[in-house]
Design a binder for this molecule. Structure first.
Ligand code: ZN
Length: 204
């Protein structure tokens, strides 16, 4: 994934251009802080993306203004606050993930279709902590977990719920019935309740 930041003097400010080979079209987004981000498929050049941005500039400027009205700078965390939060997340999340992994490993037995017990079903490789705007957590096919640093701002039961959800994805990667049954067992029957509660918290 390659990235380029271009400064515009016309009010757009620093625009982040990011190549995403898997994308099929150019998309432009504006964050709550008013940062404009352009994601482009691998086959589109940065120059073409800049030309595209020019065609939607008026709309983007209007969105930037909307964001500034909706999220005044005072309500957004400062860079120093985000750094402190990141440090807190690095202190808490890997250790908590380990503890929940041990808890699940001791509590849940997973069998395959033949009824054979799967060894160490919740094992994971690495915990990466990110300031992600779109999800609380995710996991990769190589058993790495990505956790959002803002998880440490949630009530403890919701932070645990997100980590447990991701650990359960190491057993079932989709959101099928078996996955939900596992999360429900892992949370002592609280999956629906916790999931509903989590929806009350928005990422900014
Ligand atoms: Zn999921």
């Amino acid at each position: 994934m390659s990235k380029k930041i271009i400064s515009y003097s016309n009010g757009l400010g620093d625009v982040v251009f990011e190549k995403r080979p898997q994308n099929r079209s150019i998309s432009v987004s504006v964050s709550a802080r008013g940062v404009v981000k352009v994601t482009l498929p691998g086959y589109v050049s940065y120059l073409e993306a800049q030309q595209f941005l020019r065609t939607v500039e008026k709309k983007i400027m209007a969105t930037k203004k909307e964001m500034a009205d909706k999220y005044p700078a005072a309500t957004l965390p400062t860079k120093a606050q985000l750094q402190a939060l990141s440090r807190r997340a690095h202190d808490i999340l890997p250790a908590r993930t380990r503890a929940l992994y041990e808890l699940l490993t001791g509590k849940v037995v997973i069998r395959n279709k033949l009824g054979i017990t799967i060894k160490d079903p919740f094992r994971y490789n690495r915990v990466a902590i990110k300031d992600n705007k779109t999800n609380w957590g995710s996991c990769s096919t190589i058993r790495n977990l990505n956790l959002n640093m803002h998880l440490v701002e949630l009530p403890a039961d919701l932070m645990d719920f997100v980590i447990v959800h991701e650990l359960c994805h190491l057993v079932y990667s989709n959101h099928g019935a078996r996955f939900h049954a596992l999360v429900n067992t892992a949370t002592d029957g609280r999956e629906k309740e916790l999931s509903k509660k989590l929806q009350g918290y928005k990422l900014l």
